[in-house]
Design a protein around this ligand. Structure first.
Ligand SMILES: [Zn+2]
Length: 74
């Protein structure tokens, strides 16, 4: 961390699953709607609010593959 960003106090890794917030900001569902994903900290997954798919994060790497996604109950 080179400490480029000091404005506003965010809660470190909580809510990001250890992922870079800049990366999270550009992650999108691989389905055709390309909705921005939200983080489910409890499940350690990235969730698409549009199709309710959940994508696993393995070793700090989001697996954004439809084949790997889990369909969550609405
Ligand atoms: Zn989706």
């Amino acid at each position: 961390m080179s400490g480029a960003q000091a404005a506003g106090e965010q809660t470190g890794d909580a809510g990001t699953l250890g992922l870079d917030p800049a990366l999270l900001a550009i992650l999108a569902c691989p389905d055709t709607h390309h909705s921005p994903l939200t983080v489910d900290v409890d499940a350690s997954e990235l969730v698409c609010p549009t199709c309710s798919r959940a994508f696993p994060v393995r070793d700090g790497i989001p697996v954004l593959l439809l084949d790997e996604a889990r369909q969550r109950p609405a």
